[in-house]
Design a protein around this ligand. Structure first.
Ligand code: R5P
Length: 288
């Protein structure tokens, strides 16, 4: 088995290779120093993959990383790999999982369909809607990104965990059982992509340290609104914990209200503190 990492996911790919005791194949991402002037991506495998079972690790966000995924998958096939397992730690476009308005693309389906062209298996972490993979003829697996956060929160200065909305309750429940700490939830209402409100709900958080756990932090609006509510109820400390830390737009400014931010390595950022490599390695072993 050999592991190849796209430029969005090199640290995680190296971690998965270590967990599996597999060789890592380096990739050159720039033909010319500074890359193509028009911004087009370039990849070149720097080791042989002929006859190998190859694990390609690449988050498909933002868009240039998606293009890189396709270039790498095609190059791996051209070089004669016998089997290709795609590990897409964060599945970009996953939130457009249905046709909300007539004429829209179901983007999650579009991306999944094209990933399946070169790959025999597709693994991804904490997907917005895993059902989008059900139309694929290749094997697919959802891997939970929550255990990595649960392990971190077990050792952290945190008294309880909180889901910002009903959708995140199953995630918080899983994290709380690993961290060995109690949990509760708020009820979020989304007004638009940038605005959310929290229904008022009294929680026993006075002088407590609370970790808000969510699948994705995008603009940080959800976490910032929940944090303000917790602090107004007397929480002494709030930790923002997510699997996929996108931190777009004014997220950093919005999240200044939090005392700590932690995210996994599905998307690499300055807040990446924990790795999902053990969970992906287990899932790859289980494929047989
Ligand atoms: C929503 O369904 C997700 O679980 C997250 O709560 C949401 O994507 C977070 O977005 P933002 O950081 O922009 O509030």
């Amino acid at each position: 088995m050999k592991v190849v990492g796209g430029s969005a996911s090199v640290p995680l790919a190296l971690g998965i290779a270590r967990e599996l005791s597999a060789a890592y194949v380096d990739v050159a991402f720039e033909k010319h120093p500074g890359g193509f002037p028009d911004g087009e991506r370039y990849v070149r495998l720097l080791g042989s993959v002929a006859g190998e079972h190859v694990v390609l690790v690449q988050t498909t966000y933002p868009d240039p990383k998606l293009v890189e995924f396709f270039l790498l998958a095609d190059a791996i096939r051209d070089e004669g790999a016998r089997r290709l397992t795609a590990v897409v730690p964060y599945f970009g476009y996953g939130r457009q999982d249905k046709r909300f308005l007539d004429g829209e693309a179901v983007s999650a389906k579009t991306i999944a369909k094209h990933i399946a062209v070169d790959c025999d298996e597709l693994l991804s972490a904490t997907i917005h809607n895993p059902d989008i993979f059900s139309m694929l003829s290749i094997r697919t697996r959802e891997v939970s990104g929550i255990p990595a956060l649960g392990r971190y929160l077990e050792a952290a200065d945190v008294d309880m965990l909180l889901a910002p909305d009903g959708n995140a309750i199953r995630l918080v429940k899983e994290a709380a059982s690993i961290a060995g700490k109690p949990f509760d939830h708020f009820d979020k209402k989304r007004i638009d992509s940038y605005t959310v409100t929290m229904a008022h709900k009294e929680l026993a958080v006075k002088r407590k340290s609370v970790a808000i756990v969510d699948d994705v932090i995008s603009t940080g609006g959800t976490i910032a609104t929940a944090t303000r509510e917790l602090k107004s109820q007397g929480a002494r400390r709030v930790v923002a914990a997510c699997v996929h830390g996108l931190f777009v737009d004014k997220a950093e400014a919005n999240l200044k209200v939090c005392d700590e931010i932690v995210s996994t390595d599905t998307v690499i950022s300055p807040h990446t503190k924990v790795s999902v490599a053990p969970e992906f390695a287990d899932a790859i072993r289980a494929l047989g």
